[in-house]
Design a protein around this ligand. Structure first.
Ligand code: SF4
Length: 362
């Protein structure tokens, strides 16, 4: 079996797992496995795993790239805050993402203060040092929510009333349900996100089996981790015995991280939220609880985060649901490239379109 010779930690092990995947697929067709984590999307592209799969087995990218699913209205609102003199602190990937009217990059070029940071702590530090208003862009899935919740709790305890967060957190299980409820998606199994699972554990995925009879495997990010996850999924599909398995036990505990979930539960509550290109999904995100509403930038600045249309021609919503391949978008690689992106899936380094363009050219 042919696999790329560069980058695998253990080429021989990868080759053996790949052989087993090909064997397990004998007689099967139309198996569609979806990853819902941008880091998995990157690993699959970077290590050429898609091309190594047997005929009849497709690897799809789901709505797991946090930048891609953040609404355009959110980007525009954050850029307006920066233009109005608020210090906006953000994860780096957000800076180039176009909203409908503008981007953080444009706001910064026009003199707005947009600071890239690896964590919310930097925003809180600025709020401590300086008297001006500081807003942190609270995006991402269950993985980023705990530290942001802890920062909000600290801000309230310290009386840091010049600090707030603009919340657009998303939750993975409702995204999986959205995929499964869509007859155009037809996913056979999910490669479940390792990082998110360190927080939520295994139990929140049980509905995949109980309600949809679809298997899921929590996988790590080394190529052999992803391949082992794929092998496990193919076997479960073949045998008609769906289950949720944790194949990333060196990092993910069955119960997840209860302490992290406790701080999230204290500060946030589930809420309907808008997913870019997909629309509003019931209880698929987080918002600040009433006790912490004073730190809600949307409330403080009168921001409405409803979503609007994607740029003309952009099919990100269909790509992220597995309804179509990135290369089937008429703009892919022509009007839309990583250097000149039209839609959010081409902006983020973890976006499905960006990864396909960079590593697979299609
Ligand atoms: S190729 Fe560009 S325009 Fe097409 S779906 Fe992807 S991001 Fe959107």
């Amino acid at each position: 079996m042919s696999i790329p010779e560069n980058g695998y930690r253990d080429n021989e092990l990868a080759r053996r797992i790949l052989d087993r995947i090909h064997t397990a697929m004998a007689g099967l067709d139309g198996v569609r496995l979806m990853e819902v984590c941008g880091t998995h999307t990157m690993a699959i592209g970077r290590f050429g795993l898609r091309a190594a799969m047997p005929d009849g087995l497709d690897l799809l990218s789901g709505p797991g790239c946090p930048v891609c699913v953040t609404p355009g209205s959110y980007i525009d609102a954050a850029a307006r805050l920066a233009a109005d003199g608020v210090t906006v602190v953000t994860f780096g990937d957000m800076v180039r993402v176009p909203g409908k009217e503008t981007s953080l990059e444009s706001a910064r070029a026009a003199g707005g203060r947009v600071i890239v940071a690896g964590s919310v702590t930097a925003a809180l530090d600025i709020a401590h040092r300086e008297p001006g208003e500081v807003v942190f862009l609270a995006v991402g899935f269950e993985t980023t929510a705990p530290t942001i919740a802890a920062a909000v709790r600290a801000a309230r305890a310290e009386g840091s009333d010049n600090f707030s967060v603009l919340v657009s957190h998303k939750l993975v299980p409702p995204a999986l349900r959205l995929i499964q409820d869509d007859p155009e998606c037809a996913v056979s199994g999910f490669i479940l996100p390792g990082h998110v699972s360190t927080i939520i554990g295994v139990a929140p995925y049980a509905f995949l089996v109980d309600e949809y009879s679809v298997p899921g495997v929590i996988a790590g990010f080394e190529p052999v981790d992803v391949l082992a996850g794929i092998e496990s999924l193919v076997r479960m599909v073949r045998d008609g015995e769906p289950a949720v398995r944790n194949e990333y036990r060196r990092v993910v505990r069955r119960e997840g991280n209860p302490a992290a979930r406790a701080v999230v539960d204290e500060v946030f509550e589930p809420a309907d939220t808008a997913w870019r290109g997909i629309g509003r999904v019931p209880l698929s995100g987080l918002r600040l609880r009433p006790d912490y509403a004073a730190f809600d930038a949307a409330r403080r600045y009168g921001i409405d985060l409803d979503e609007y249309e994607l740029p003309a021609g952009c099919r990100c919503g269909d790509v992220m649901r597995g309804r179509m391949e990135p290369a089937d978008c008429p703009l892919f690689g022509d009007a839309c490239t990583p250097d000149s992106p039209t839609g959010p899936c081409m902006v983020s380094v973890e976006g499905a379109c960006s990864v396909r363009h960079k590593y697979e050219g299609k």
